[in-house]
Design a protein around this ligand. Sequence first.
Ligand code: 2IT
Length: 445
Amino acid sequence: MYELNKFMAELERKNPAQPEFIQAAKEVLETVIDFVNENPRYVKEKILERITEPDRIFSFKVQWEDDKGELHVNKGHRVQFNNAIGPYKGGLRFHPSVTLGTLKFLGFEQIFKNSLTTLPMGGGKGGSDFNPKGKSDAEIKRFCRAFMSELQKYIGPETDVPAGDIGVGGREIGYMYGEYKKLRSENTGVLTGKGMNWGGSLIRPEATGYGSVYYADEMLKVQKDSMKGKRVAVSGFGNVAWGVCIKASELGAKVVAISGPDGYILDEAGVNTQKKWDYLLELRATNNDVVEPYAKEFGAKFFAGKKPWEVKVDMAFPCAFQNELNADDAKALIANGCKYVVETSNMGCTADAVIALQKAKVLFAPGKAANAGGVATSGLEMSQNGMKLSWPQEEVDNRLKHIMVAIHEAGLKYGKRADGYIDYVKGSNIAGFKKVADAMLDLGY
Ligand code: 2IT
């Protein structure tokens, strides 16, 4: 029999100074431990020890020159966490806060998220402490090439397929894919999030945001409710937040708040026109990490240094960064009558925020379920690459929708409590875990 505290103490001893990994592991383990203990085979075969240890980690030096000819050295990593159900799959994050512990947390989440997508993808994650903020296009290109010249040794279309994450979008994927093709003389879909002219999939840029709203729509349906007329707060202004703004508006909701690292925008008219959505992409492309200019452009209010969770809304979609929504933010949302929190960033809510929300019977969708549309559509990009064809937009969008419905159903199946409340965290963790654990045992991993 596993005992949670004892297991966590040992995991912390083995993984010192990796608080985000420990947080992510604890969130999964505390919700699956009863399920594991009820299944003697999992206990006897030490499934928790096996699933919390990455298969392997590659760490490498990334050396590049800035526009003045000055040399810089960054760290690069790829965590190949678990490939029981398919090739390692997961994004690359370029952000100054990235450590190996960050990538282990993200890689661990990715295992269960990818399992939930219904597609055969294992879990991995990579990235660098490189800071794209303020870098010129030429500097981004030199960094991406240097990064890929090392990473290419460890990846392949049937072994490990990276993609974007924070700081890595279409432009960066382009430079990295270009370098990979040069070095390997291959035209395989070894990265996803590619451009449409060179092997990408329609809907991939929108997929995380659209998927999250499709998931939210399913949560609402269970409550005999709908997105129509809902006031929504969104954090972030990257392509994830952008996708949420578009799809939420299409389904009749009104996004009244978006945010950046500099503060939040209150737009009572709603972030609901093509012009505003295009402007979000323009802002993001400046690489300046500020959302304030939106206020001047569209006559909205800007609150410097504040988070959008203080706005009175029915639904909140954190779409920016891990631990961006804490217990105080949760309290503010609850006090304002918010009924749904759809975590669209990876581990966007702190553990105590999730506890507070669930205690107040706010329906909470965990990131590994709600944001899985991004990687799911990456999986669909892999399918298209494998078949050497390109599906029309409608086909990809329909498949994405079906996948999000299936992910929601899986969470519902294992998460419905006797009092009627749906614990989507527990439900999604058990559903995601079971498939991977069973595959590991079948394969003898
Ligand atoms: O967190 C994520 O799921 C992603 N950054 C997307 C990963 C992918 O392989 O598309």
